[in-house]
Design a protein around this ligand. Structure first.
Ligand code: SAH
Length: 385
């Protein structure tokens, strides 16, 4: 089946952009969605192949710039290439994002490896329809004992797919161990947030551990990734999350690592920071890693107000020379927006702030140069004077 691109679509494709939007194609009525299609320009020249989505605004996602068969062997090779990259880049590690969708030329497929177990998201119809084959190939390539499907995400709705989750291969225990540097944690792949943990922050957890000192605060702690690393250097760490199951997991992880200096609070960070400021409390290291406050473009300004409030409070609470490790995982807030917000927070807090590191997601979350807008995670190490 062929899909013809508009001249604008063809020039986007030729410039390397792997996504073609609805407005740049006229799909044949016979396409149901989920097919591999030949992508052609208006002169009938074949430019490559793509997955077709019927409901999504993103109609085509590039698979290749040629006409090689897109068969089981094609997917096997793509999976192997992605896995080999992680094995070479993260020797000795057994927890990593194995497949990062478009970043690994496997649009719509996300695979997180937690040792012997995988947690997978099938995000578009083409990937959903090939689920059985992909599960087989993943089990073969990664020799895993069990696979969890965590396709219970809102973006599936944009693709006309229902939310789903469950064990789809082998068996998976309630909690699965994972190691981050010297810290050992247990996560719940089926009931936990995202695919069980936030693997994109793994390298940043370790970095935060290097900066931590004195009295440290980990806001939006989830299972304690930042708090536990900081506890190795800081005198005392307070980990805060509003979710009771998350707090229980932090406590279990604190026990697992025999740490005696971590206190876990189940509370709303906004209220907590305000109360600490009013009470005149001070901290030497603060981590802020909130959920996405801006889930779409329209919510950007409201989101930025939320980020500003917590960053402003954190800056006020820091002792001179204290470190603020501040993240945002909102796709719709780029580095420019984020830095402008930080500057406004610093101005209101009457503090000078140095940028020490501008970080992002870990190296197992590669981003295509032509798809830089998918670089969602920002993690800044700041020093507040
Ligand atoms: N820092 C974690 C990931 C945090 S995800 C890590 O690196 O692994 C965001 C967390 O914020 C979730 O666990 C969620 O339960 C929590 N959360 C959301 N809103 C909150 C609020 N207002 N106060 C406290 N925690 C909140």
């Amino acid at each position: 089946m062929e899909v013809v691109l508009s001249p604008r679509g063809a020039s986007r494709w030729m410039a390397g952009h792997p996504w073609i939007f609805q407005s740049d194609i006229t799909p044949p009525a016979t396409l149901a969605g989920g097919e591999v299609v030949r992508v052609c320009d208006q002169r009938g020249r074949c430019l490559g192949q793509a997955f077709y989505s019927r409901s999504s605004k993103i109609s085509l996602r590039r698979l290749s710039r040629d006409e090689r068969p897109v068969d089981e062997d094609f997917f096997r090779q793509r999976i192997r290439t992605a896995v080999e990259l992680r094995r070479a880049m993260l020797p000795g590690e057994t927890t990593w994002r194995a497949i990062h969708g478009d970043g690994d030329e496997l649009p719509g497929l996300v695979v997180d490896r937690y040792g012997d177990y995988l947690s997978v998201q099938f995000l578009i119809p083409a990937i959903e329809q090939r689920r059985e084959m992909l599960v087989r190939l993943l089990a073969e390539t990664l020799a895993c004992k069990g696979i969890v499907n965590r396709s219970d995400v809102a973006v599936r709705g944009l693709e006309g797919l229902p939310a789903e989750k469950g064990v789809i291969y082998g068996t998976v225990p309630d909690t699965v161990p994972m190691r981050e540097g010297q810290i050992e944690m247990a996560v719940n792949l089926l009931e936990g947030q995202k695919t069980g943990a936030f693997l994109d922050q793994r390298e940043n957890h370790i970095v935060a551990g290097r900066y931590a000192r004195g009295r440290a605060l980990d806001c939006f702690s989830y299972v304690g990734g930042f708090a536990l690393q900081m506890a190795r250097r800081a005198d005392h760490v307070t980990a805060i999350d509003s979710s009771e199951p998350a707090c229980e997991q932090i406590r279990a992880n604190v026990g697992r690592n025999k740490l005696a200096n971590v206190e876990v609070l189940c509370a709303n960070v906004f209220d907590f920071l305000r109360a600490e400021f009013d009470a005149g409390k001070r901290y030497d290291t603060i981590v802020l890693d909130p959920p996405a406050f801006a889930r779409n473009k329209a919510a950007r300004d409201a989101g930025l107000r939320g980020y500003k409030e917590i960053n402003l409070r954190a800056m006020q609470l820091l002792t001179p020379g204290g470190y603020l490790i501040s993240s945002s995982c909102s796709h719709h807030i780029d580095e420019e927006h984020f830095e402008t917000m930080l500057q406004a927070a610093a101005a209101d807090a009457h503090r000078e702030v140095q940028i020490i590191e501008r970080r992002g997601a870990g190296r197992d979350h590669p981003v295509l140069l032509a798809l830089r807008e998918t670089r969602y995670l920002k993690c800044y190490v700041l020093r507040v004077l």
